[in-house]
Write a protein that binds this ligand. Sequence first.
Ligand SMILES: O=P(O)(O)OC[C@@]1(O)O[C@H](CO)[C@@H](O)[C@@H]1O
Length: 502
Amino acid sequence: MSNKNHPSAQAPRKTMLNLGNLPPKLKAADMKQAASQYPRTPSRVNPNQPPWPAYRGYHEYSFAHATMGVRLPTILGKAIDDVWKTLNQEYDEDRIVDLVNCIHRMEDLMGDLQGNSKLRPIVDDGAGDVALWNKEIAKFFRGKDFMNAPWLFAEAYKYRRMRECFSLSKYWVDYDVFFRQKCDTFSRSSQAVFELSQRFSEPQKPDGNMSEEARLEKNKLLFHELTQVCLWGNSTDLSLLIDMTEEDIKKLQSTGGDHLAATEKNILGNHLTKLAEYVCKVKGGRIDFVLDNAGFELYCDLVYADWLIQSGICDKVIFHGKKIPWFVSDVTKKDWDWILNSCVYGQLFGDATDAEVESLRVLGHRWKQYEKEGKWKYEQHPFWCTGYTFWDLHSEAPDLFQYLSESDLVIFKGDLNHRKLTYDCHAPLDTPFNMAIGPLASEPGAPPVCSLRTIKSDVVVGIPPGVGDKLDEEEPGWKISGKYAVVLLSEGRKGEAPIYQN
Ligand SMILES: O=P(O)(O)OC[C@@]1(O)O[C@H](CO)[C@@H](O)[C@@H]1O
């Protein structure tokens, strides 16, 4: 058991973390035995037979335990406070009573969470995802509770239950308890926001004198840096940052070149060069982002996507967001509209100069234009807000698999998407990424897939042998501090016709 007083476990920027329960180091003999049993092949995999052992809330050594026992009730408590704030600003009695009932349902959920109740079916609130949820509960989680169901499923289920608190109401179906917080992260990020807007507001002009080779090299360098901006934009995560200071946030969001060179050594599994080689050769292609957090991270994604369009690499970028409020900070359509409109019309940054505000407006106008022209598209498939991992994407959402198979690259942002890609299992740290993501790499038609993820939870794959052991000794908090990252690429089987079962 690791020592929570160790300096590496202090995670100064994320003071909410309880690091007393890190995974134990497997002994060599255990490793050998585990290796003979795992990974299970995709056809044998299901939530009761994960490819490697799954994390569960009762695993005291894992972040699952701290999340299920402490973080989720805290998040729910804050959400209830948010609803009271809204209620206090209402004047219409029908709407107030309706909202009080939402609060009662949230309190029931709090009771279920803290009392470790069994996972009951989702009440039919007319939403299209109810059948998907209840099928999965009936098939795999009957009799399971919050702590003994796989962590990933139990945690996702809690967010779907939160949704139910509002979807059963008359007036508050679309209420987002996290909206206020999400807007705040962007407004608190002025320094990094303007650093990027001032560099990228000016449209890129093609240099007619530049040879094709020189253009390619220039693009690779820029791509390398922008990919890191997009990657580290993920280290600001609302569900963990509850106690961060302004200074902490600035440090975390620094986008200066020196800082980026220094942080590249923290990318433990690093396919950046291979990724740049591949992407910079694409012309007029399509790149998909499976988004993670709203606010500052989304802003970094948009700057990156803007460059992908302007460089000629893409003529289409598809953004996949969430249909319902999800894992606190994930992007919904409302967050998407909010950021584009705030860039153009907002007055979020009190002490900004005219030039800074103007640079942001220019970006916002251009981005809205991309949307009008269909160069950028926001999609929200219900599959992204289910308890299924992405090993099930091909079988449970074949329409989505088909759509993604047409992409030149699908970029999955963040920790939660990484957990879903890898089945959130205890796989050996040096498991190759394409093996860890199963069918999303091996199915015919699987698109090239990239995970841009700062490491904030237990599952880690795709890093060289020995690196994890060293960190376990020197920095026992490394798997949840958000200080380390991976940029991993699976080439997929693009161009082959997908095969679906009848
Ligand atoms: O996906 P993100 O925003 O990068 O991180 C999400 C997160 O903060 O919440 C999850 C646990 O609640 C973990 O996967 C991770 O720690």
